[in-house]
Write a protein that binds this ligand. Structure first.
Ligand SMILES: C[S@@+](CC[C@H](N)C(=O)[O-])C[C@H]1O[C@@H](n2cnc3c(N)ncnc32)[C@H](O)[C@@H]1O
Length: 303
């Protein structure tokens, strides 16, 4: 099923929705968010921004007549989709549409409250709900989705969690990448010049934005350019190490729960000639700790 077929189907669905809105009554208004189907061009933009992959499992929280999930399944012949909606009539309508479009084997619609949706294994979340409802779903998304999951919304945002990308070519379509949790204390060792240097680090995190600080022996330094995208973490550190001199570190790793696995590229003065730089690439294995050496007393002989 090509994109042209999908566009035709979306246009037909749009007309059906206008008719449905006309009969939307006070009963619908009791819910947080009434049914208004996304405009076909916005469905296409949402699907594009999600950068769908074969192994994706997408969910639409408040799936209405199923147009987003069915559109995703028509666009990518391998992905799996789920739609949940609080209105059983819409669930029925979406189920019939999936059957009519030949995607019923990969797509299912459930009569469910979005707050009860099973998000395990989900890699893309679509939403177009009232802003308050989306904001109230945010803790569930952050608690239950695995790092790297894409969240795409039509029009409304997710409060103070800033989007990672915005398609502003029309009503805002926004994309968030669920960040790994790095907030807290970390520790790692690096074998440098025959000795082991122990790094104690602290990250402070608000959604995908993070700042960091580190301590090696009695010196402290800021971790610079902390970049977190899903489970991928990149950090720069410029620091003078006792007995070695000024060392530039570029850390890159994947956050796996209480561990970070990756590598660090270190530029440091060569032992033979301090005016010449040497590059080392070492494994970077950090682990989360309960306390941090960062707070240990410095003493008056601190550099
Ligand atoms: C604005 S419509 C969006 C429909 C579809 N996602 C789209 O973009 O075309 C919002 C949908 O969310 C559903 N809804 C509202 N509150 C819900 C809740 N708490 N749980 C599940 N669905 C809900 C409504 O029934 C409606 O179908």
């Amino acid at each position: 099923m090509g994109p042209r077929h999908m566009a035709r189907w979306l246009r037909r669905s749009a007309l059906a929705v206008i008719a449905a809105i006309a009969v939307a009554t006070a009963q619908a208004q009791e819910r947080f968010s009434i049914f208004v189907g996304s405009d076909p061009s916005n469905v296409e933009r949402m699907l594009r921004l999600a950068k769908l992959r074969d192994d994706d499992k997408v969910i639409d929280l408040g799936s209405g007549d199923g147009r987003i999930v069915i559109g995703a399944a028509l666009l990518n012949p391998k992905l799996q989709g789920i739609g949940v909606d609080i209105d059983p009539k819409l669930v029925q309508q979406a189920t019939e549409a999936a059957r009519a479009q030949g995607v019923a084997e990969r797509v299912r619609f459930l009569h469910q409250n979005a707050f009860d949706a099973d998000l395990s294994g989900v890699s893309v979340v679509f939403m177009w709900l009232w802003p308050e409802l989306q904001a109230m779903l945010r803790p569930k998304l952050l608690a239950e989705l695995k790092p790297g999951t894409r969240v795409v919304t039509n029009v409304w945002d997710l409060g103070s969690w800033q989007p990672d990308e915005i398609d502003a070519d029309g009503p805002s379509i926004s994309l968030w990448i669920v960040p790994a949790r790095i907030d807290g204390y970390w520790q790692w060792d690096l074998p440098l010049r025959g000795g082991t240097r122990s790094y104690g680090a602290i990250f402070e995190q608000r959604f995908q934005r993070a700042e960091g600080f580190t301590r090696v022996a009695k010196r402290r330094a800021l971790l610079r350019e902390v970049r977190l995208r899903g489970d991928e973490l990149h950090v720069m550190l410029d620091m003078t190490l006792d007995g070695i001199g000024f060392a530039r570190h570029e850390f890159s790793g994947k956050v796996r729960g209480d561990a970070i696995e990756g590598s660090v590229r270190i530029l440091l003065p060569s032992q033979a000639d301090r005016n010449v730089e040497e590059t080392l690439v070492l494994p970077w294995r950090a682990r989360r700790t309960a306390t941090s050496s960062y707070f240990a007393p410095t003493g008056l002989d601190a550099p």
